[in-house]
Ligand binder design. Structure first.
Ligand SMILES: [Cu+2]
Length: 177
């Protein structure tokens, strides 16, 4: 009985070894990749090939985004092209009202903090930046320029993600109530 157990033990050890290798490779791949695929309340980083609609947004020294309101269907991947028409730096960061306010506070305390995420773009005067984002969660979200003074001056916009009806699944998978 004791000897019978050893092949099993051996295979368990081998099984244990392969995930360890896989993990190592995964860590490498993450380092090499430029986009972090992290699910946020306001969506997830989008793939270029999934883009079906491009929205041009202008950012100006009047501390306004044009347009200030975007409507999206749940699941839609947008390319936001962001043009800075002003003479100072601007940025667009997508998030919830709460997270953006917290982030703005942090930037006031640490004006030189470096941050870069797929849901934000920092655009120098006269330049154009881009965000590709998949709005896979319904709700009302904000976008804002979090540079000190800009957020406070009202450089904020709204993104409304309308819930998909899910008509295909309704009544098929769910019992009637
Ligand atoms: Cu700004």
């Amino acid at each position: 009985m004791i000897f019978a157990a050893s092949p099993l033990l051996l295979s368990l050890l081998l099984l244990g070894a392969s995930p360890a290798f896989a993990h190592g490779e995964e860590a490498h791949a993450k380092k090499a990749g430029s986009v972090r695929m992290e699910q946020k309340v306001w969506g997830i980083a989008g793939q270029t090939k999934a883009v079906k609609r491009t929205i041009a947004i202008q950012m100006g020294d009047n501390m306004r985004f044009t347009p200030e309101r975007i409507e999206v269907a749940q699941g839609e991947t947008l390319r936001l092209t962001l043009t800075n028409t002003g003479k100072v730096m601007h940025e667009l960061v997508i998030g919830t009202q709460k997270e953006l306010a917290e982030h703005a506070e942090l930037m006031k305390r640490f004006p030189n903090m470096e941050h870069d995420e797929p849901y934000m773009a920092h655009v120098a005067p006269g330049e154009t930046g881009e965000i590709i984002w998949t709005f896979n969660r319904p709700g009302e979200f904000d976008f804002a320029c979090l540079l000190p003074g800009h957020f406070e001056a009202g450089m904020v916009g709204k993104i409304v993600v309308k819930a998909s009806t899910g008509a295909k699944n309704d009544g098929q998978n769910k019992p009637k109530l």
